[in-house]
Design a protein around this ligand. Structure first.
Ligand code: AMP
Ligand code: ZN
Length: 469
């Protein structure tokens, strides 16, 4: 299996630290609002990576944090006049609902920064003891960037170029530093902010230290894969490497994987640019499986431009696969158990070839786009082969294969479809229109469709009322 490693800038064979096991850490969101679909890209991509490892029989320990202490969370808490933890707890819950909708598996562990402060104090103390960090007069603790000889190895930046003062690549920090490249590990509290006691000052951690600490605690000093969006390469992941390797004296992560951006009009979708859709907004219009399918239709290292057209195409593509599965399930109850025909045996060999094609695509740095096309080819075969004369053995084998592979992609769930209020209203509107046009057949069809989903319509003098049966 080959993985593109940002560290070596090349595709490398995957060799786990421990046979049969994968230790994987994915940087999670800062929780001060609903997540947008840009944030959803790493969630979907790395969940699919995890699922493929599991399909191959690996035992995956998958850790992904929630950053629940941060300037933006504090700002929102002050605006609402509540505690910062009220904001973070609220959006962690909402984020988990979105993840469930997108069929992203819960991590083995979702640590919270605020629950790991002890570990952060320990690592900062170790760094100070080893001379890699120092406390300034006001109690801010900085990492001595120049002390870490490999600084820049992930982002392939030269430390002297950083000093030359390219603003856009400067490491963030505050006053009282020995060197402008030094970055913050611990900072003093400001009025009204959450804070913790520490040997240096009452304060709170810098952002980078949390991932080094949580990764160490739940996965150990050395891990297989560390991942996130490509904006995290610098400075976040570069700083994580400096902290972890300086403190632990061991290489941190063997492979570093980064997804490209989800764009809109070819610009990165982000909260600060205001050009985003939340996952929740998308869920009003589409099943979130469609969003997942859309994300996987491109290679994770290629930029992906969000558009209504591509979402429609994804919806149709996904439906084609779902319909094929439905058809196989339908015929399963209708056919008899008999010997495979010659044609069926030949078709099963073709399907086996396509499984190989699927696996080859996934093993070439998780090329989900090609993996999906292998599934489409299978669907084409079953659609043209299966009818009431098929043998049960053929149907079972084809169905099992398609379900197994689509489960790696996470695009099929058996959850009951929940109909949204807005969808009900839209259907009622369509039915009214149909009645106005005296298209009673269509009006009845819509009524039946709603009934099937447990929605009962009542025509009253005030208009149409609906209720859940
Ligand atoms: P944040 O909450 O900003 O720290 O982002 C959480 C995760 O989403 C990180 O891995 C980011 O790299 C990723 N991310 C944010 N915006 C985008 C985007 N437009 N496309 C892809 N990934 C993104
Ligand atoms: Zn991180």
């Amino acid at each position: 299996m080959k993985i593109y490693n940002t560290l070596s800038k090349s595709k490398q064979e995957f060799v786990p630290l421990e046979e049969g096991k994968v230790k994987m850490y994915v940087c999670g969101p800062t929780v001060y609002n609903y997540i947008h679909i840009g944030n959803a890209r790493p969630m979907i991509v790395f969940d699919t990576v995890r699922r493929y490892f599991e399909y191959k029989g690996y035992d995956v320990n998958f850790v992904s944090n929630f950053t629940d202490v941060d300037d933006k969370i504090i700002k929102k808490a002050i605006e609402e006049g509540v505690d910062a933890s009220v904001i973070s707890q609220r959006y962690i819950e909402e984020c988990k609902k979105d993840m469930e909708g997108m069929n992203v598996k819960p991590a083995t562990k979702h640590p919270l920064a605020t629950e790991e402060i002890g570990g952060m104090l320990d690592m900062i103390s170790t760094l100070i003891d080893k001379g890699y960090a120092y406390a300034a007069e006001d109690g801010t603790v900085y990492f001595r960037t120049r002390m870490f000889k490999d600084y820049g190895k992930l982002s392939h930046k030269n430390i002297d170029d950083l000093q030359a003062g390219h603003r856009e690549i400067k490491v963030t920090g505050e006053g009282g530093k020995e060197d402008e490249l030094d970055f913050v590990l611990w900072k003093p509290k400001k009025d009204g902010e959450p804070y913790w006691e520490s040997p240096w000052c009452q304060g709170r951690p810098g952002w980078h230290i949390e991932c080094s600490v949580m990764s160490k605690r739940y996965l150990g000093d050395e891990i297989d894969i560390h991942a996130g969006g490509e904006d995290l390469i610098f400075p976040h992941h570069e700083n994580e490497i400096a902290q972890s390797e300086a403190a632990n004296g061991k290489p941190f992560s063997k492979y570093w994987m980064h997804n490209a951006f989800l764009n809109i009009d070819n610009k990165k979708m982000s909260k600060s640019l205001g050009n985003f859709f939340t996952v929740r907004e998308i869920s009003e219009k589409y099943d979130l499986q469609v969003l997942r399918f859309f994300m996987l239709s491109a290679h994770y290292r290629s930029p992906l431009n969000f558009s209504a057209e591509l979402m429609e195409a994804s919806k149709n593509g996904l439906e084609r696969i779902l319909n094929a599965v439905e058809k196989l399930r339908d015929f399963k109850d209708k056919v008899v158990d008999k010997e495979l025909s010659q044609d069926e045996s030949a078709k099963l060999s073709e399907i086996k070839e396509l499984v190989k094609k699927f696996e080859d695509a996934m093993e070439d740095d998780f090329n989900t786009a090609d993996a999906i096309s292998a599934v489409f080819e299978m669907v084409k075969i079953t659609n043209s082969t299966v009818d009431e004369n098929s043998s049960l053995g053929f149907i079972n084998e084809a169905l099992d294969t398609i379900v197994k592979l689509t489960d790696v992609l996470g695009i099929i769930t058996d959850k009951k479809e929940e109909i949204l209020d807005s969808e009900i209203e839209a259907l009622i509107e369509q039915r009214q229109q149909a009645r106005k046009e005296k298209n009673f057949a269509l009006a009845d069809k819509i009524r039946d469709e709603l009934l099937e989903k447990g929605i009962v319509l009542k025509d009253t003098r005030e208009g149409v009322k609906w209720a859940k049966a």
